[in-house]
Ligand binder design. Structure first.
Ligand SMILES: [Cu+2]
Length: 351
C-alpha cells in the first residue's frame, strides 16, 4: 500500500517535530496546495482512509497520468480537489452534539456530509478504491497530529450486501462493530477490530469524537477482509474463499515444503513516527520454496505492540493466518516501537 511514498510519514513527523516545541497549533490554509499538511488534526492511517491513502501513495507524484489507470479513484479525487489529500487530516465537522446521522446524510458519509465547503466530496464517489487486505482480527491505528484526545472511536463496517464500487455509503449500509472508551491526548490511538463473519471488499467507517471540543471526524477506509490488497486491475476476490477454511492447505502434507531449504527475507520501513515512538511495517518474502512459518528479528527496535504477528522482545512471529507463504510470496506485519526509528534492520528465518 505504501510502496510509492514511504517517506511521507517521515515528512509529517518532521513537521510535527518542528511545530511541537514551539507549542504551535499549525494552521494550513485550504489554498496552500503543494505542501504537506501541518500537524493540525488526524485520521485513520491504518487501514488508510481514502484520502490518506491517496496522499500516501501519490503525494510526491500526484500529476503522474498513470494514476488514472493504476489508481483511478485517487485520480478523480486529486482532479476534484487536491486539498482533500493535502488536508487528509481535516475531515471533520464541529458542534454536532453526537447527532452524527443528522449531521451527515446518507450518501455523504465519506465526505463528512460535504464538510469544509465540499472539499472532500470526491471521497463519496463509488468505484474501485484501492483496498487494504486485512485479516479478520486486526489493529486500527488513528494518527492524531494534534493530541486532541478522543471521547470515543465508533467503528462500523459495511454490510455484505453493500458494494462500494457502485454505491455511495449510507447509514443503512453499516453494522456497528464497536465503540471504544476515551483516550487521553496522545498519538496514535489504536484498537483491535474483529470482523469475524465478514469477507471481501468493504468500507470500514470510523467516527473519531475528538475531546478538545465537539469535533467529530468521519473516516472511510477501504478494506479487503481475509484477503490481500486490492488494486483495480486485480481480479475481485471470491467472498466465499476464506483461506483459513481451505482443507487442502495443510503445510504438513505438502511434499514440496522442505523446511531444510526454507528461506525468507524481510524488510522494515517506518510508516509513521512521532515524538518518542513510531509505527513500522515489516514485509516478509519467501525464497525459492514455500514456507510454513517465519520469524523476523528487528534490530534496533523496542516493540510495544504488533499486528499480523506476535512480538517477543524484538522478534515478530507469524500469526496463524500469514505463516504459510508460497515460493516468492509475501505478507506484511506491523508494529509500534518506542524510541528512535533510525537504523532498523530486519532478519528473517523461516519454518
Ligand atoms: Cu484538530
Amino acid at each position: 500500500m505504501t510502496v510509492r511514498a514511504r517517506t511521507r510519514g517521515l515528512i509529517l513527523a518532521a513537521a510535527m517535530a518542528l511545530a511541537a516545541p514551539l507549542g504551535l497549533v499549525a494552521v494550513v490554509s485550504a489554498d496552500t496546495a503543494m505542501a504537506p499538511p501541518a500537524a493540525a488534526h488526524g485520521s485513520v492511517t491504518d487501514p488508510p482512509t481514502r484520502n490518506y491513502g491517496c496522499w500516501d501513495r501519490w503525494g510526491d507524484d500526484h500529476l503522474n497520468p498513470e494514476m488514472a489507470t493504476i489508481d483511478p479513484m485517487c485520480w478523480q479525487a486529486w482532479q476534484d480537489n487536491p486539498n482533500a489529500m493535502w488536508n487528509w487530516n481535516g475531515l471533520y465537522r464541529e458542534n454536532v452534539g453526537g447527532n452524527h446521522q443528522a449531521a451527515v446524510p446518507s450518501g455523504t458519509l465519506c465526505s463528512g456530509g460535504n464538510t469544509e465547503g465540499g472539499r472532500y466530496d470526491s471521497m463519496d464517489t463509488p468505484g474501485e478504491w484501492v483496498a487494504k487486505g486485512v485479516p479478520h482480527n486486526f489493529t486500527l491505528t488513528l494518527t492524531d497530529g494534534a493530541n486532541h484526545g478522543a471521547d470515543y472511536l465508533r467503528i462500523y463496517v459495511s454490510k455484505p450486501s453493500f458494494d462500494p464500487t457502485t454505491e455511495r455509503l449510507g447509514w443503512e449500509d453499516l453494522d456497528l462493530i464497536k465503540e471504544t472508551g476515551s483516550y487521553p491526548p496522545q498519538s496514535p490511538y489504536v484498537t483491535d477490530v474483529n470482523l469475524s463473519g465478514y469477507n471481501g471488499r468493504a468500507v470500514l467507517y470510523t467516527i473519531w469524537q475528538a475531546s478538545h471540543l465537539d469535533q467529530p471526524y468521519y473516516l472511510c477506509s477501504d478494506i479487503n477482509i481475509g484477503g490481500g490488497d486490492l488494486w483495480p486491475d486485480d481480479p475481485q476476490p471470491d467472498p466465499t474463499d476464506d483461506p483459513t477454511d481451505d482443507p487442502t492447505d495443510d503445510p504438513t502434507d505438502d511434499p514440496t515444503d522442505d523446511p531444510g531449504n526454507a528461506e525468507c527475507t524481510a524488510t522494515v520501513s517506518v510508516t509513521n513516527s512521532w515524538d518518542g515512538g513510531y509505527q513500522a511495517e515489516v514485509t516478509v518474502t519467501a525464497g525459492g520454496s514455500a514456507i510454513s512459518g517465519w520469524e523476523v528479528t528487528v534490530g534496533g527496535a523496542t516493540i510495544t505492540q504488533a499486528w499480523n504477528a506476535t512480538a517477543s522482545g524484538n522478534t515478530l512471529t507469524n500469526a496463524s493466518w500469514n505463516g504459510n507463504l508460497s515460493a516468492g510470496g509475501s505478507t506484511t506485519a506491523g508494529f509500534l516501537g518506542s524510541g528512535s526509528s533510525s537504523g532498523l534492520t530486519a532478519t528473517c528465518s523461516a519454518g
